[in-house]
Design a protein. Structure first.
Length: 158
């Protein structure tokens, strides 16, 4: 497993659909037994919830973010994450039902780490989530939490 990960890995799921939250959480727990999955269903609380997790030393290793939500859409949340020096290092995967090319383009323009269309069936969803978790939690090198905290306080953007 990746040395930069919390043990157990922490995943933040931001999605307004209770059914999707349940299915994605179950798929993550099958793919990564013991993973901590925290969900935020009210999009207006996403950034404050993420800030609270960071301040508590419980930054997620991976953020799974839906696009289509009432009140505040996923692109607004993504922009806020990537604009914030204390959050921008977090890998954000857009997990959405949208296949609109404009949504994909805008997500990458706002520095999403990847965009994945939610498969319709649970077996396919489980497979997609397993692949995401294998890559982001097993293959990709993620910044260690201590370094990320330090970098957020430094001007490392040059």
């Amino acid at each position: 497993m990746n040395p930069g990960l919390a043990s157990p890995p922490r995943i933040l799921l931001i999605d307004d659909n209770a059914g999707d939250i349940r299915l994605i959480t179950e798929a993550v727990q099958v793919a990564v037994p013991g993973a901590e999955v925290r969900s935020i269903s009210d999009s207006t609380l996403a950034i404050s919830g993420l800030k609270a997790a960071l301040e508590a030393g419980e930054a997620p290793n991976l953020v799974l973010l839906d696009l289509r939500m009432p009140k505040k859409d996923g692109l607004e949340i993504l922009a806020a994450i990537k604009k914030n020096p204390k959050m921008r290092h977090l890998p954000v995967v857009i997990l959405t039902s949208s296949e609109a090319p404009s949504d994909v383009f805008r997500a990458y323009a706002l520095h999403a780490n990847s965009v994945v269309t939610k498969p319709l069936g649970f077996v396919q969803l489980r497979s997609a989530v397993k692949t995401l978790c294998e890559f982001w939690l097993g293959v990709a090198h993620l910044p260690e939490a201590a370094y990320a905290r330090h970098a957020a306080h430094q001007d490392l953007t040059h």
